[in-house]
Design a protein around this ligand. Structure first.
Ligand code: SF4
Length: 402
């Protein structure tokens, strides 16, 4: 009995020790304080500000600049809400309590958003050219590249906007203000409510069935809620549509889309050109270009850039092994493109003509040969026939004389 009690005691002790050793430190489980909600502070009491600049120097993301304001006749902090990471350092460092954090919180409350942030950044897959410029500049490695698409991890993003600056295409990275998102949710609720009360009947207002841009969709289901047809968000398809346009109206990110979208480059006064005397014709640029802006000349077999398609992402420029690509004025690059295109078209035409001429020549030669063959045969048969007739005539006269 005593021994079994002893064993029980040892076992319990062992288990207790094991549990004690396996226990994680409390520190590991500490959740970040609420202020990491990434909502920027506001300058609440400008009259109290003594322009000491403590907030500016305390900001880890350089989101605060001291700017002179005429109305207050002194320098006041100006907060870049896009760059602010909501750490609250400025609020704590301010000696005269000018700044306050959390005042914008109300705008973001009740949003179905896993990590609330004052601004959200999403890449539009229809406009993205996959040049990777955003991924290169992101300081927190929040941008992933997978299955030919770039995606921003909203949990990692600190909203510094460097990707937006680096992106060569207008609106390829969209910024969604939570205030605007909330307005869309409210609108969705209003439409739903008026439908319930049978106040709102909608006729056809859009010309085609909308499509869903997968990368922009945040699965909020606003569209499903107002849809008079049916939408399958699992495979991002509008199954049946009455073209009422409600889904487009309530979609907070513009993921419901109709019509063509065109990529507009941010740099429009300059474009890349390929210097033919430096180019070695390796065609690395041609393969690297994601927007098919590079053509190959059918005579010289050298590439040339179409400035109307080029988005100035600079991928070809970075990839060229002999530095044959340079940035020049739009006017010059357009002129060069037109000259090269005209030359290319002319050469293509000549080659096509030559092809056709040689085909016609071969056919003509064949015809001629056939023709002459037939002629020879005809002449020969004629001669033979004449000879036979003559022979027959002479035989007949000989028979008569006999
Ligand atoms: S398509 Fe727009 S409205 Fe529909 S779920 Fe996606 S984001 Fe929401």
């Amino acid at each position: 009995m005593a021994s079994s009690l002893w064993y029980l005691y040892v076992l319990t002790k062992k288990k207790f020790i094991k549990r004690f050793l396996q226990a994680k430190t409390e520190k590991k489980y500490i959740l970040p304080p609420k202020r990491f909600r990434k909502i920027p502070p506001t300058v609440e009491y400008p009259e109290r500000c003594i322009s000491c600049g403590a907030c500016e120097s305390s900001c880890p993301s350089f989101a605060i600049k001291m700017i002179f304001f005429q109305d207050h006749n002194k320098k006041l902090p100006k907060i870049d809400v896009g760059a602010c990471i909501g750490c609250g350092n400025c609020v704590e460092s301010c000696p005269s309590k000018v700044l306050e954090i959390g005042n914008l919180k109300e705008e973001t409350l009740s949003l179905p958003w896993n990590v609330p942030k004052y601004k959200n950044y999403i890449i539009d897959e229809e406009l993205c050219v996959n040049c990777g410029s955003c991924r290169t500049v992101c300081p927190v490695h929040a941008i992933d590249y997978d299955k030919n698409t770039h995606k921003i991890d909203t949990n990692k993003c600190i909203g510094c906007e460097r990707c937006v600056e680096a992106c060569p295409v207008v609106d390829a990275i969209r910024i969604y203000d939570e205030k605007v998102l909330k307005e869309k949710f409210d609108l969705c609720f209003r439409i739903k409510f008026s439908r319930v009360l049978k106040e709102e009947e909608r006729s056809e207002v859009i010309s085609e069935t909308p499509r869903i841009v997968k990368s922009l969709c945040i699965n909020c289901e606003n569209c499903v809620d107002v849809c008079l047809g049916s939408i399958n968000l699992e495979n991002y398809k509008v199954v049946s549509c009455v073209k009422c346009g409600s889904c487009i109206e309530v979609c907070p990110t513009g993921a419901m889309r109709i019509g063509e979208v065109s990529r507009v480059p941010k740099i429009r006064d300059k474009c890349y050109i390929i210097e033919e005397d430096k180019c070695i014709g390796c065609r690395i640029c041609y393969r690297a270009c994601n927007v098919n802006a590079i053509d190959i000349c059918c005579d010289t077999r050298l590439p040339y850039i179409n400035p109307e398609k080029c988005v100035r992402c600079g991928v070809c420029y970075k990839e060229c092994p002999v530095e044959a690509i340079s940035l020049t004025d739009m006017e010059n690059s357009l002129k060069l493109y037109r000259v090269r295109k005209a030359r290319d078209n002319f050469e293509a035409m000549v080659i096509k003509d030559l092809d056709e001429i040689s085909k016609k020549y071969a056919q003509l030669k064949g015809d001629l040969l056939e023709f002459s063959q037939k002629e020879v045969e005809k002449t020969l048969s004629k001669i033979v026939n004449e000879k036979i007739i003559k022979q027959d005539d002479s035989d007949a006269t000989r028979d008569d004389t006999c």
